[in-house]
Design a binder for this molecule. Structure first.
Ligand SMILES: [Zn+2]
Length: 158
C-alpha cells in the first residue's frame, strides 16, 4: 500500500505515516505493535491502518477460546462480535440466556459457564467466515476524525 500520498479527510493536508504501537479498541487490553499510523500535522487527525484485520481478529478470538482463565466482559463481547452472533444466538450456543450474556459482557456477573463451554466456539471460529453485519463490511482501515467518531473506509491498493 502506498501511504505517502494520503491526504487528510478533515483538512486536505498531507498525512505523515509512522509505525506505532496502538491500542486495539475492538479488544481493550490488546496493543497492535508497529502498525502504520497516518497523522495530519495540520489538524491532528489520525488514521490507524490495520492490515489483514480478519486474520488478526481470528487469531485473537482463537487465543481467547484457549485461555485457561475465565473470560472477562470485553473478551466475551469481542468473541460474540467477531462471530457476529446476536445475544440470543450466542447464549443458545453456550447454553445460557441473552440476559446472562449481557451481564457477562458488562462484567455485572462472572461468566458462569466453564471455560470448556467457550471452547465449543472453536468450530464456529475455525469454520466458515463470520457472518458480516453492516458494521463489519469495510473494517480494513479505521479512521478517527477529531470528533472521536469512528468511520471505516476501504483500504486503497497500491
Ligand atoms: Zn488534517
Amino acid at each position: 500500500m502506498t501511504t505517502q500520498h494520503n491526504i487528510c479527510l478533515n483538512c486536505g493536508h498531507k498525512l505523515v505515516t509512522k509505525r506505532e504501537n496502538h491500542p486495539y479498541r475492538s479488544l481493550p487490553g490488546t496493543v497492535l505493535v508497529g502498525v502504520p499510523v497516518h497523522r495530519c500535522p495540520n489538524c491532528g487527525e489520525s488514521e490507524v491502518e490495520i492490515p489483514m484485520i480478519d486474520d488478526l481478529n481470528r487469531t485473537l478470538a482463537g487465543g481467547l477460546i484457549v485461555k485457561t482463565s475465565r473470560l472477562i466482559g470485553v473478551e466475551i463481547r469481542f468473541l460474540r462480535g467477531w462471530l457476529d452472533y446476536s445475544s440470543a444466538e450466542f447464549a443458545r450456543l453456550l447454553g445460557s440466556s441473552p440476559v446472562t450474556v449481557s451481564r457477562w459482557e458488562h462484567d455485572a456477573q462472572l461468566a458462569g459457564v466453564s471455560i470448556e463451554s467457550f471452547k465449543t466456539l472453536g468450530p464456529a471460529l475455525a469454520g466458515a467466515k463470520p457472518r458480516r453485519g453492516k458494521r463489519n463490511r469495510l473494517p480494513v482501515l479505521a479512521v478517527r476524525p477529531l470528533t472521536r467518531r469512528w468511520e471505516r473506509t476501504a483500504l486503497k491498493a497500491a
